[in-house]
Write a protein that binds this ligand. Structure first.
Ligand SMILES: [Zn+2]
Length: 302
């Protein structure tokens, strides 16, 4: 099975012009602080965040590398300008917020843990979504023209060891929804969350984002309006961190390319050592980031 290669460019350029962000990308990488909201989404800077995660090696939930990563993500979120950054317990979701002009919240999520497989570094399955979230926080205007943004970098998405995903996966996102219901530990009140956007496996160099069957059609359409070439087609339901939100009655969209490498979904590279820096591209992070940047102010509005 082959897919048309996505060509980032025109849509992204018009987005930037439309929201009147200043041109120019620092491309500074590392942990350098960006002028908040002063420039557009920088795919190279996002890729530096991806690289920094992969450099820690395998990062399964509960490992020393996973704990180091949680602290690193909290630091980067703060430097990106997120407020109220904290690490939840017992599942170590890293959360923060960006204030908006309108009432209500949109949750922007990605998982940072990697599947516990020998040598598996999850450049795409894990690091890519987190990298786009961090760069979005840097590049969004302040205050947001829309609802506030609740950032949720989930731990515990992957099932541990040989356990079944249905029983052991999604631990971080389930905890987050429980805390939202209880108004605890950095999660906004459940009733105030108008939408949830999940980014997962968005680094594939051959990127295409079909509508996942469990995703809200209206939210997907807003993203497709921002980049109709990238957001096209349909795919069967995928069990991912948006599910606990959907089960709680929150419209949610899983922005995922679950066709990683050759073959039918999930693709031959999924959960293999081939999910490394060679398999991911800055242009893909940039395309997804630009689309979400454009759509975000409208995602949680009535
Ligand atoms: Zn995975």
């Amino acid at each position: 099975m082959t897919k048309p290669r996505h060509r980032p460019g025109a849509a992204a350029a018009s987005v930037l012009a439309a929201i009147a962000l200043a041109a120019g990308c620092g491309g500074s990488g590392g942990e350098a602080a960006a002028p908040v909201g002063a420039d557009g989404f920088d795919g190279d800077r996002a890729f530096a965040d991806l690289r920094a995660q992969v450099a820690l090696g395998p990062r399964p939930s509960g490992s020393a590398a996973n704990r180091r990563l949680a602290r690193m993500l909290a630091r980067r979120l703060r430097r990106a300008g997120a407020l109220d950054v904290l690490i939840q317990r017992p599942v170590a979701n890293v959360v923060g917020s960006v204030p908006g002009r309108d009432p209500g919240w949109v949750v922007l999520g990605a998982h940072y843990d990697t599947k516990d497989l020998p040598g598996f570094v999850g450049a795409n399955d894990g690091a890519s979504g987190v990298a786009v979230v961090l760069e979005l926080v840097r590049s969004l205007p302040r205050p947001l023209p829309g609802p506030s943004l609740a950032v949720a970098l989930f731990d515990g998405e992957e099932a541990r060891g040989d356990r079944e995903f249905d029983e052991d996966g999604l631990r971080g996102s389930r905890q987050y929804v429980d805390y939202a219901a209880a108004g605890r530990l950095g999660a906004p009140p459940l009733a105030a969350i108008g939408a949830m956007v999940l980014l997962d496996m968005v680094g594939d160099c051959d990127l295409a984002i079909p509508r996942e069957a469990g995703s809200d059609p209206g939210l997907y359409e807003l993203l497709a309006t921002a980049d109709p070439e990238l957001f096209d087609g349909a795919v069967a339901a995928i069990a991912d961190d948006h599910v606990p939100f959907r089960e709680a009655g929150i419209p949610a969209v899983d922005v995922i390319d679950f066709e990683f490498g050759p073959g039918p979904p999930p693709g031959a590279l999924w959960h293999t050592r081939g999910d490394d820096l060679e398999a991911v591209c800055p242009a893909s992070l940039d395309a997804v980031g630009e689309a979400v940047l454009e759509a975000l102010p409208r995602l949680g509005s009535d």
